[in-house]
Write a protein that binds this ligand. Structure first.
Ligand code: G3I
Length: 379
């Protein structure tokens, strides 16, 4: 049966116990250092070792310090190219956030580029950085229809072979990072966008059949019974048709004893098209009522490429609303942004230049109005 969520899955639960560290208080290897770090004064956070133009010691009013006081994990996607090449990047990252997630380097094409040959070089560097700066880490995704290596792209495998591939992948990756990941997105974007049922693209649905979902959650639970296992998707932050379908689907999976502990709401939104916070609250509440924790996993707020000061202020209000919604929810203890500086964002590329400036620092690392709005929400 689905285990009763432990108290550290709720923001209130970990405030009562060990501060922000309580999110992972049940995880053996992280409990001690995290209890030390996030309950310590913000000034105790060390500067990144690699950064030659390190930012000054974080003040008590950094987003990180404010979030930690509220018991919130406030995180960001980690761009390895920026970390490696841009001396300004790591300083802001460690100063402002208490959690990170690889934007790309833990996807199948990156971590298992050749079948059976795993490459942990880049995520290991990220985890070393996280440990050095007392940051938590999420992991995304173990199984996805996208970001496939050539050996899996466009392929269909015999059912048992596909299950063996996923078993090896899930066990190898989860064991490598065991005790260091506060939540795993086991499946990313598994639901169809266009109607009922599962998304059918990619090798896993076709090779294994529609019960591949329960197979991979059972595998992940077997690989690490302590791990928190999430389902992550987009366009289901508020009360959409997809959100309804997701809710009913998860309810059914839980009733069948599939070990799923939480839902990631990606929250990629455009300024002109973002959900009403009241709807997000309702959606989170019903997921919480199923016993699921909710994490906001990939927040960004897209502006028109030619944006104005007014756009920036409207964007700030959206960011503020998301933080307030998470803080007010029963179990929404994590908000991850999909990057923090407009210098490195997937938005201009994916929108063909139509949208930009989706994050909270501009391309020169100057805080935008959204930064102050998040700080206000956390104060
Ligand atoms: O690393 C190669 C590089 O060697 C090559 O020169 C370059 C040429 O285009 O491509 C680089 O890889 C790109 C990679 O980002 C790193 O920049 C891939 O082509 C590109 O497809 C990849 O896009 C990522 C996308 O997921 C697909 O994996 C985006 O950065 C990343 O932001 C995006 O993230 C997803 C989440 O995982 C799931 N939710 C939606 C979100 C946005 O699509």
């Amino acid at each position: 049966m689905h285990p009763i969520p432990p108290p550290y899955l709720t923001r209130r639960g970990f405030i009562k116990t060990t501060g922000a560290a309580g999110l992972v208080a049940g995880m053996p290897m992280l409990a001690a250092p995290e209890a030390r770090s996030e309950s310590a004064p913000a000034q105790a956070v060390a500067e990144p070792a690699h950064s030659s133009s390190a930012s000054p010691q974080p003040a008590a009013d950094t987003l990180r310090a404010l979030a930690s006081k509220k018991g919130l994990l406030l995180g960001t996607a980690f761009c390895h190219e920026a970390f490696r090449n841009d001396p300004g990047y790591g300083g802001v990252l460690a100063r402002e956030f208490n959690c990170l997630v690889a934007e790309n380097s833990m996807k199948l094409c990156d971590i298992q580029p050749e079948r059976g040959a795993f490459d942990f070089t880049v995520p290991d560097a990220m985890m070393t950085f996280a440990a050095a700066h007392d940051m938590q880490a999420r992991a995304v995704p173990l199984v996805w229809h996208d970001a496939l290596p050539p050996w899996a792209e466009g392929k269909t495998f015999p059912r048992q072979e596909a299950l063996a591939i996923l078993r090896e992948h899930i066990f190898t990756v989860m064991k490598h990072f065991r005790g260091r990941i506060c939540a795993w997105d086991v499946l990313n974007e598994g639901l169809s966008d266009s109607g009922p049922g599962l998304r059918e693209e990619g090798p896993w649905f076709h090779s294994i059949g529609s019960n591949y979902v329960e197979e991979i959650y059972h595998l992940a639970h077997e690989a690490d019974p302590q791990a928190l296992l999430f389902y992550n998707d987009y366009a289901m932050d508020g009360m959409s048709d997809k959100a309804d379908r997701c809710y009913l689907w998860l309810k059914e999976l839980l009733a069948r004893g599939v070990p799923i502990h939480g839902v990631g709401l990606q929250y990629h939104v455009k300024l002109e098209q973002h959900p009403d916070p009241a709807d997000v609250t309702r959606n989170i509440r019903r997921l919480n009522d199923l016993g699921l924790s909710v994490h906001i996993t990939e927040l960004d707020v897209w502006l028109p490429a030619q944006s104005t000061a007014e756009h920036l202020h409207q964007q700030a209000a959206v960011y503020r609303g998301v933080i307030e919604t998470a803080l007010a929810a029963r179990k929404c203890p994590v908000v991850m942004l999909w990057g923090f500086t407009d210098r490195y964002s997937w938005v201009p590329g994916t929108s063909g230049g139509t949208y930009d400036q989706a994050l909270i620092f501009d391309s020169d690392y100057h805080p935008k109005p959204a930064y102050a709005a998040i700080a206000a929400a956390l104060s």
